[in-house]
Design a protein around this ligand. Sequence first.
Ligand code: AMP
Length: 278
Amino acid sequence: MLIIKAAATLTHFLQQTKSDGALIGFVPTMGALHEGHIALIEAAKQENTVTVCSIFVNPTQFNNHEDFNKYPIDIESDIEKLIGANTDVLFLPTVAEIYPAGFTASHYNLGYLETVLEGAFRPGHFQGVAQVVDRLLTIARPHRLYLGEKDLQQCAVIKKLLHLQKDGTTELKIVSTVRESSGLAMSSRNRRLDAEALKNATALYKALQHIKANRQRENTATLISEAKAMLTSAGFTVDYVSVVNSETLLPLQNENEPAVALAAAAINNVRLIDNLRL
Ligand code: AMP
């Protein structure tokens, strides 16, 4: 596996590789890799000739300093996992490589997508996400970009970003959520939970499953209240539990729309998110 730290080196290498006919698959991550990330790498490997994974803890997408400062970093083990998955290139930039002196932040017209759900609870978060993905796409110019459905709203934001880019040719690929056997969605933030909290954290998926399982016999508002109660009694502080259109993330207008239940809640000061298509 090649490890490239300089943006210009990655751009040059991938330009060369593309001119030799290679298809580039790109997997952006913030490291502390787990099987969810590896599923993205595997999807990219299946559909491309060269798979690039980036590890960059993007400061501009953290609206909470403590969350940023405590974000898990484990680069040695990440490199082992990426080699194990036969990743071709690891892009490991510094903040100065991504945001060089003189860099001016664009404002992205994300519309209502940044005012609902995660957007409402994490002001500025999706501007930071759009900014870093825009920079990474400019540097790598991949054919395909791989994102996880666990961050469903992030997928919608990046879909919008790709529409906003006039010269963009990158195709978005979304990979299903990988879970622990307990049902808990894999997340780098799970590393911050002790055994007891990890056990209690399974309530997040159970609450979403409760909504899915009882949707035919109970109205949505009642199910949301019940899901919130399940989370609270497991020790979570709930930000939201919501059922919306899975494509637009807007409130449901009728029964035939594709629906998704999403939740965000914190346990032991670690904020987790999850979603389940209904
Ligand atoms: P992160 O390192 O948390 O920024 O995540 C990097 C990418 O991995 C994002 O596209 C996430 O949606 C995706 N991802 C994170 N956790 C999972 C998971 N459990 N299953 C599938 N994809 C995931």
